[in-house]
Structures are given as structure tokens and as C-alpha cells.
Design a protein around this ligand. Structure first.
Ligand SMILES: C[S@@+](CC[C@H](N)C(=O)[O-])C[C@H]1O[C@@H](n2cnc3c(N)ncnc32)[C@H](O)[C@@H]1O
Length: 293
């Protein structure tokens, strides 16, 4: 359970532990905490969309929720990072069960972790296993170069503090069971948007790397935000973008005549952080918001 982040909305604090976790990743910049707003957004669509696309999928938490909670029938996840992509491809392949079994039978200790992380994996499943292990034993789940492995672990429980083999098995098999409803593309999210502007019955949840902190979190963190705004503009269906509250993004939203809305997010360190939602019409978000802002 990811209990470290709480989300304050309408003057209430929602513990994200109450949101079902479906992704095998603990993703830096993951949007599980935003799920209450995502449900509102999906529920506000005039006609039920059949498909949700996440062009910057990461752990895919929004897409998986939309699918498992029956807001849509199909999801498309697009991700550029090869390690992350290989995990998704493995879960959606006939190898999924073996992958899940490998996780539950792995004896986790400093030596076994080091030997996996230092070996050059040969097969896609080995790459997937190493990537998911890295994601679960490194501080903040960061896969990018330079991230450290946990010593004391989060909550002082050592390396295993975020390694829940049975939970991972359950999540992997649940996703694998819905394999026919999930399309994964290892590619560029902006390119995907450019080629799918006319797709009907679709909604796009667009969660690119943050303008500043993204550089530390992801191997692929530098994207041209101006080009991304140009790619979402012609979409014939609805989209929702999320960003850090940066002047550059506010300006781009204004230039493209898009609506913005700030929502508060709180970490355990009680630092108040603000997330900027960008879309064509965010009235659905305002109905929930208190007079906090
Ligand atoms: C903020 S994270 C997405 C987190 C995700 N919403 C979640 O809840 O787990 C942004 C993701 O975009 C990926 N990315 C960066 N540039 C990309 C690109 N051009 N195309 C597709 N994915 C990209 C990064 O590797 C990272 O996984």
C-alpha cells in the first residue's frame, strides 16, 4: 500500500491507501493520488469513452483504474523508457505467469539484489525482472541513472520495505488477464498524439515529466512542452494534462486558450505542493474544489 501521500480536496484529506493500487510499479511522479479527480473527469464525459490513452504511461495507474473500474473498455499505454516498456511488454506476453512466479520465488537480500542489478540481462524477461526489482529497491522507485538503492529502506524495513512479492504477483496476473483490453506501445507519446488526433470515443490522460524535477526522476525527462501543447490542441476528443505549477506551462495554456486549475497535494513531510491541471474545460474539477484557492 502506498500510504505516504495524502490528497487534500474540498477541505478533506483523502488517504490514497483507500485507492486500489493496480500497478506493479511504485512510480516516481505516479498519479494514484489523483484518482478521485480522474473518476470525476471520466464521469463528466457526455458520452462514455471506449478507450483511454496514456501517452506518458510510466506505471499506468490512471489507465489501469479507468479499465478496472469500467470507465472504458480499452486502454493504450505509450512509454519511451526501455526498462519500463519491457516490464509492460512482459506482463502482456505469454511470459506473464513465469515473470510473476520469478518474483515470488526470489529470495531478496543485499547479495541477490546486487547480483541481479550488476548482471547484464539477456532475455526480455530478465530485463523486466531487473527493472521491476530496481524500481522496488531504489529510493523513490527511481530507475534513472544515479539513483541509490535503499539501505535502511523506507520505514526502516531495509531493502524489502517496498518488495511485496504476493501483491506484485496478484497485480501482474490481474493485468495479464485483461491483456486483450490493453495495448502497450514502446514509443514517443508526442508522436502518438500527432497520429491519433482524430481518434473518436477516446480520452487522453497526459502526464509528461515535470518541467523541473523530471530530470532527476526519469531517463527520458526532457520533452518539448510547446510541441506537446501543439499535439493535444487538435485532438477531437477530451484530454486532461497534469503538470507542476510552472510559469512556462501557464503561459503555454494561455497561448493555446486552455483552462487551468490548481489542486493541492500534500506529502508526509507536510509540504504543500500544487499540481496544475490543464484541459479545455475543467468545470468538473471546480465543482469539487473548496474555496481553498
Ligand atoms: C510523470 S511520469 C508518468 C507517471 C504515470 N502517470 C503514473 O501514474 O505512473 C512521465 C513518464 O513519461 C515518460 N516519458 C518521457 N518522455 C516520453 C516520451 N517522449 N514519450 C513517452 N513517454 C515519455 C517517462 O519515462 C515517465 O515514465
Amino acid at each position: 500500500m502506498q500510504a505516504e501521500i495524502t490528497y487534500k480536496s474540498h477541505g478533506r484529506v483523502t488517504n490514497v491507501a483507500s485507492v486500489p493500487q493496480l500497478s506493479p510499479f511504485r512510480y516516481p511522479g505516479g498519479k494514484t493520488w489523483l484518482i478521485p479527480e480522474i473518476r470525476l473527469w471520466l464521469g463528466s464525459q457526455r458520452t462514455r469513452p471506449t478507450r483511454l490513452v496514456e501517452p506518458f504511461a510510466g506505471g499506468g495507474s490512471v489507465g489501469l483504474t479507468a479499465l478496472f473500474e469500467n470507465y472504458v473498455d480499452q486502454i493504450t499505454l505509450v512509454e519511451l523508457d526501455e526498462e519500463v516498456a519491457t516490464v509492460w511488454q512482459t506482463i502482456l506476453s505469454p511470459d506473464a505467469r513465469d515473470f510473476a512466479e520469478q518474483i515470488v520465488t526470489f529470495e531478496l537480500n543485499a547479495e541477490s539484489v546486487n547480483s541481479v542489478l550488476l548482471c547484464e540481462p539477456l532475455t526480455p524477461r530478465e530485463v523486466a525482472f531487473r527493472s521491476l526489482l530496481k524500481n522496488r529497491v531504489r529510493y523513490g522507485g527511481i530507475l534513472a541513472r544515479g539513483a541509490c538503492t535503499m539501505n535502511k529502506g523506507e520505514n526502516g524495513r531495509g531493502l524489502s520495505s517496498r518488495w511485496y512479492p504476493k501483491t506484485l504477483l496478484r497485480r501482474i496476473l490481474a493485468i495479464a488477464e485483461r491483456q486483450s483490453q490493453i495495448q502497450f506501445i514502446h514509443g514517443d507519446g508526442i508522436d502518438y498524439l500527432r497520429h491519433h488526433a482524430e481518434d473518436e470515443g477516446t480520452v487522453f490522460f497526459v502526464d509528461p515529466p515535470y518541467t523541473v524535477s523530471g530530470r532527476r526522476l526519469y531517463a527520458h525527462a526532457s520533452i518539448d512542452h510547446g510541441q506537446l501543447f501543439q499535439a493535444v490542441r487538435p485532438l477531437i476528443c477530451d484530454f486532461l494534462m497534469t503538470y507542476d505549477d510552472a510559469a512556462e506551462i501557464r503561459l503555454l495554456a494561455q497561448l493555446h486558450n486552455l483552462d487551468i486549475h490548481l489542486i493541492p497535494m500534500k506529502s508526509t513531510k507536510h509540504q504543500q505542493k500544487l499540481e496544475l491541471l490543464v484541459g479545455r474545460d475543467l468545470d468538473w474539477a471546480r465543482t469539487r474544489q473548496d474555496s481553498f484557492f
